[in-house]
Design a protein around this ligand. Structure first.
Ligand SMILES: *[C@@H]1O[C@H](CO)[C@@H](O)[C@H](O)[C@H]1NC(C)=O
Ligand SMILES: *[C@@H]1O[C@H](CO)[C@@H](O)[C@H](O)[C@H]1NC(C)=O
Length: 270
């Protein structure tokens, strides 16, 4: 029963330690979600370490070469409103692939899919729809933020999008408990000792009917252990010989008055 309550207490402790801290102001408010909601906003906020950085990648496509620049909730390559921008390396013409005022975010166990919609319209492809950028951000514990990579621009589909990939440790699942294994073992140990002491005490008192020191469970055993430990410590830790102080007793001030008398008591004729 005590063990059970200990486990419950432990659970409460873990819950307290793992409590989340939520603030009202979002660091990613520049990103407007297509449908503002708490869960998507939370995903964006978790990506906050990516803020204020341009990520770019160059991609050759037939004769042309393009550079793509991605910025999280900010003007990519300085183009107002653009989350992802495509730059034609020859003509330097910039095309907005997706805008951060039209954001969606989806989170998996170790990845986040960031979608910027409402980019510039396609001319002939994709039914003249707006361009759309999908940035796949995946967990990689070995890197803060890896390089941006562009996977494909598939124009033959019904729904077109530009797909980018990036590795980062930001989206890696957090280790659930904030208590280290050592402290958990310690807490469990303390719980067990407490259960032993309380349970043993109750057993000795109520069932055996012990009084005084005997109420301590296995009192004789622990007393013996205590003596052994004390002896061991005495032997190991004491630097001077234990008998030494006695040798000077006679010289000391206080005991000098009484002890000699006691000592030669036996010499007196009775
Ligand atoms: C991103 O790049 C553009 C163009 O080079 C620059 O104007 C802007 O300040 C950069 N933003 C950040 C946060 O580095
Ligand atoms: C995003 O910004 C663009 C350009 O300012 C605007 O045309 C578009 O309507 C905006 N979209 C949303 C969802 O606010």
């Amino acid at each position: 029963m005590k063990v059970l309550s200990c486990v419950v207490g432990l659970g409460l402790l873990v819950m307290l330690c793992g409590g989340d801290t939520s603030t009202d102001k979002s660091p990613t408010e520049k990103c407007e979600l297509l449908h503002e909601n708490k869960s998507e906003r939370k995903i964006l906020d978790e990506l906050a370490p990516l803020l204020n950085k341009n990520f770019s990648v160059m991609k050759k496509e037939n004769e042309e070469s393009y550079t793509y620049v991605f910025q999280f909730c900010g003007d990519a390559d300085g183009v107002p409103g653009a989350g992802v921008v495509q730059i034609n390396d020859k003509t330097k013409a910039k095309t907005i692939v997706g805008r951060y005022n039209s954001t969606k975010a989806i989170k998996g166990s170790d990845w986040v899919m960031l979608i910027y919609e409402n980019g510039a319209k396609y001319n002939s492809h994709c039914n003249g729809a707006n361009r759309k950028a999908i940035v796949m951000i995946s967990c990689d514990r070995s890197t803060d933020t890896g390089p941006l990579d562009v996977v494909l621009e598939d124009r033959e589909r019904v729904e077109c999008f530009y797909l980018f990939e990036m590795d980062t440790n930001i989206v890696c699942p957090v280790i659930e408990s904030k208590l280290s294994a050592g402290s958990i073992i310690l807490i469990v140990g303390v719980c067990l000792v407490a259960a032993y002491l309380i349970g043993g005490f109750l057993y000795q008192r109520l069932i055996v009917g012990a009084k005084g020191m005997d109420q301590i469970p296995h009192y004789a055993f622990w007393a013996e252990i205590g003596n052994l430990a004390a002896d061991g410590c005495d032997f190991v830790c004491r630097s001077k010989n234990r008998e030494e102080p006695n040798a000077y007793r006679g010289v000391g001030s206080e005991p000098a008055d009484e002890e000699p008398e006691e000592r030669d008591d036996h010499l007196l004729p009775m």
